[in-house]
Design a protein around this ligand. Structure first.
Ligand code: V47
Ligand code: SF4
Length: 390
């Protein structure tokens, strides 16, 4: 939408508070927490979409990034029992879970030898017997095998547990893992920071201050990271704004976050199954408000294995400029929580076609958003037959 059509849409907006917020967005001014709540409560979908798209296009034009990565999930055995989690098994029931050896994880890495992946994402449950040293050794071995592979791994939930068990400070632990090969941190474990919600859905794991401290420490070591928010369950709009406000403030200090990733709560096979999932309208509002509120986050990502391909495609009109990667089929966290994506793998040709269908420009990136290849002018047939492209 052209700037003049967004301005015209603002003029036709009857609610003066929304009009004022819209004018601030067009002028590049920051929105306040109370204005974020007004957007959630009163913003219509076309209004939010037009504004979020204005910001998205100002930052990135039509570019829509994706990344070629694969996942390693070392274990789903976990000392915690977050109520929304469909994936973990308590240590007492470990025979129902899995636990990979270092060799098995290296086999996964070797499976990608010669393939043009740029990133491995390592994340799993918090196993009581797996130590800081175990993971440092894994990182060293992955780097020895494939030095160019970017390792994005471990949430503050896993890191906090590892560091406490090893009796090291956050600074010492992060420096140790960074030196062993950890390049950046994924966004998981954030859920909802507000203690009154955290107590009800994931009482025993690292709190907001602990999560933020670990990311801040990583940023101070020169590492980058992402941040997520699990939305659409028992939280109120005020909790979402509070969550985004804490992240925005840390980003003002460090500038180390790359991407914000709202994660839609899925309700299959967990202790929160009685809570209905959010509607698609609510999902699109969430992405649009996130784009407007998180003005110092360069990127907004929709994680398609959880949202579904079609809805992820829709988010590209509501502020999103990244739809994650060609994730391989070992990702279990969402298929176990009820995502319709039974085989969460998508070839590059499929991903490119999804982006092109909505007239955006597919660009492959690495973890730090260095552009690898612009796919907008490459024919889909060529992508399908060329193993270096697909
Ligand atoms: O922290 C768990 C979420 C997260 C459910 O940084 C659920 O690039 C919805 O953070 N419904 C882990 N969500 C995954 C994650 C992630 C994913 C993709 C990319 C990146 C990145 C990070 O998964 C957990 C939790 O918030 N989660 N259960 C559920 N039932
Ligand atoms: Fe464990 Fe993570 Fe599941 Fe919580 S969300 S139970 S920390 S695997």
């Amino acid at each position: 939408m052209k700037d003049s059509s967004v301005a015209a849409l603002l003029q036709s907006e009857k609610n003066p508070a929304l009009r004022r917020i819209g004018e601030k967005v067009l002028a590049g001014e920051r929105i306040l927490p109370e204005e974020g709540i007004i957007l959630f409560e009163n913003g219509s979908l076309p209004f939010l979409g037009a504004l979020a798209n204005f910001v998205r296009e100002k930052l990135h034009g039509d570019k829509t990034y994706f990344n070629r990565n694969f996942h390693i999930e070392p274990t789903n055995i976990c000392v915690f029992s977050c109520k929304f989690c469909s994936y973990s098994r308590l240590y007492a029931h470990r025979e129902e879970g899995w636990e990979l050896t270092t060799e098995q994880m290296l086999d996964i890495v070797r499976k990608y030898d010669g393939k043009p992946v740029t990133e491995v994402h390592i994340v799993g449950g918090v196993h009581p017997k797996l130590t800081l040293e175990f993971f440092a050794e894994l990182l060293r071995k992955i780097k020895a095998h494939r030095p160019d592979l970017h390792i994005k791994g471990f949430t503050p939930v896993e890191l906090d547990y590892m560091f406490r068990k090893a009796k090291v400070s956050v600074e010492e632990g992060m420096k140790y893992l960074h030196e062993a090969g950890l390049d950046s941190l994924p966004g998981g474990g954030a859920e909802i920071f507000a203690p009154e919600i955290r107590e009800q859905i994931c009482a025993d794991k690292v709190d907001a201050a602990g999560w933020l401290k670990i990311h801040q420490t990583a940023h101070e070591l020169g590492m980058h990271s992402n941040a997520t928010m699990l939305y659409g369950h028992i939280e109120q709009y005020s909790h979402r704004i509070d969550h985004m406000e804490r992240l925005r403030s840390l980003q003002d200090k460090t500038g180390g976050f790359n991407t914000f990733i709202p994660l839609k709560f899925r309700n299959k096979d967990n202790e929160m199954s009685h809570i209905p999932e959010s509607s698609i309208v609510e999902d699109m509002k969430m992405y649009a408000v996130a784009r407007l509120y998180m003005d110092n986050f360069p990127h907004l990502k929709a994680y398609w294995p959880m949202l579904g391909r079609n809805n992820a495609q829709l988010t590209l009109s509501f502020g999103v400029n990244d739809i994650d990667g060609t994730i391989d089929d070992s990702t279990k966290i969402y298929s176990m929580a009820g995502s319709e994506e039974q085989t969460p793998a998508m070839s590059t040709a499929q991903l490119v076609s999804l982006i092109k269908q909505v007239k955006r420009k597919p660009v492959e990136r690495d973890t730090l958003y260095k552009e690898i290849r612009d796919y907008s002018t490459i024919d889909l047939k060529e992508i399908e037959v060329n193993p270096l492209l697909n």
